[in-house]
Ligand binder design. Structure first.
Ligand SMILES: *Cc1c(COP(=O)(O)O)cnc(C)c1O
Length: 378
């Protein structure tokens, strides 16, 4: 089976991890700050705080924004459930705003409609690797004095009007899960331009304790104070060593993702019934996912059957995502359900994510295309 995504780890990555295993620091040590600095440089941010997962990064961002019981956070339903869960972790209320039909990105007009006096933040999700409409979202966030957080777990390396994702929102979250652009096994990071928020993020990742062990060690002091309730969301030094070597390969990874997406684009331009998600002209798409809509009217195709047929032929397609507001937890706890975000709900019936990862060979890409062409001409 050709998977929809897969990590790319080579000898250079393995050596970097082994080196740290032989050093004094397994958890928070020099590699954590080195990795944070490298991510800052890459995205053009001034602060970065690395944590144990993308989910922990989202939770920390909600804490740093100051989300508490009853606060509303507007976000799209076309995302992984962790985006909404991070609001609930802090006692906040996720408010789902529908997406744009063509791009499946958060629709600024729908965001505006959902703003109330309890709105504290907007979470933009750069679905599939395409940046949201940051100009419009920024304008709305400023006008209503709410924070703009980016869930850019799909979008490391993406650009909006020439600026890298990671420097566009008040805080930006990335994930280093193996299916994402680069991996640390599990891991995540928050980038921000605000030193106060960076401080709060660091506090939150370490139990709410104001200094970390390494700082105390270097100062020869046993004293520490826990000033707020935090978690153990630390990432290890050997994970960050992997992150550093992976980040060096990112430009090549992005290039390969782009090439594969271009092959798909070319093939599907002449294939009725298969419509790739639209790409806006002002972006560099990082192509975490290549998502197509299967037109239910064309040639009698049904997405569910098409999905099963492709899987049987060894093509590991996937569906991103079941709209979050349709999950039983949200229906029961927040009384969401069908009809709340019709654009996302209709898209969900039609979308398919095709295999796309840097180690994918041209023959694999051709196999995906040929298999789809054959199934559609039957
Ligand atoms: C992967 C992902 C997350 C969660 O990241 P983890 O590192 O798996 O915790 C959150 N949001 C989106 C959009 C993601 O794709």
């Amino acid at each position: 089976m050709i998977p929809y995504s897969r990590q790319f780890v080579d000898e250079d990555d393995i050596q970097a991890v082994i080196e740290v295993l032989r050093s004094d620091w397994l958890t928070t040590g020099p590699k954590v700050s080195e990795f944070e600095g490298a991510v800052c440089d890459f995205v053009g941010a001034t602060h970065a705080v690395a944590v144990s997962s993308g989910t922990a990064a989202l939770h920390a961002a909600m804490y740093a924004v100051g989300i508490g019981p009853g606060d509303e956070v507007i976000l799209p339903p076309v995302t992984f459930c962790a985006t909404a869960n991070s609001v609930v972790f802090q006692g906040g209320i996720p408010v789902f705003a529908d997406v744009d039909h063509d791009t499946l990105l958060l629709d600024p007009v729908k965001v505006e409609e959902k703003i109330t006096e309890r709105t504290k933040a907007i979470i933009a999700v750069d679905f599939a690797g395409q940046p949201c409409d940051y100009d419009k979202l920024r304008e709305i966030a400023n006008r209503h004095s709410v924070a703009l957080v980016a869930d850019a777990c799909h979008a490391l390396g993406a650009e909006y009007e020439g600026h890298r994702v990671g420097s566009l929102a008040d805080m930006t979250v990335f994930s280093f899960h193996p299916v994402k652009h680069i991996t640390t096994g599990e891991g995540g990071i928050i980038t921000t331009g605000d030193p106060e928020r960076a401080k709060r993020l660091r506090l939150f990742r370490n139990h709410g304790i104001a200094t970390d062990f390494r700082e105390r060690e270097s100062q020869g002091s046993w004293f520490y104070e826990m000033v707020d309730l935090g978690y153990n969301y630390r990432i290890t030094d050997f994970q960050c060593a992997l992150g550093i070597t992976q980040l060096r390969k990112l430009p090549k990874f992005l290039e390969r993702r782009y090439e594969i997406a271009a092959r798909y684009d070319e093939a599907f331009a002449g294939l009725p019934g298969i419509n790739p998600i639209a790409v806006r002209p002002d972006v560099f798409h990082a192509y975490h996912l290549y998502v197509v809509r299967v037109d239910p009217g064309a040639l009698g195709i049904d997405r569910a059957a098409f999905f099963t047929n492709l899987r049987e032929k060894g093509i590991g397609v996937n569906v991103h995502y079941i709209p979050v507001h349709l999950h039983p937890f949200y229906r029961e706890k927040f009384l969401t359900g069908p009809g709340l975000c019709p654009v996302a709900e209709t898209a969900y019936e039609q979308i398919l994510s095709l295999p796309l990862f840097p180690g994918m060979h041209d023959e694999d890409v051709d196999k995906v295309i040929k298999t789809m062409q054959r199934l559609l001409s039957q």
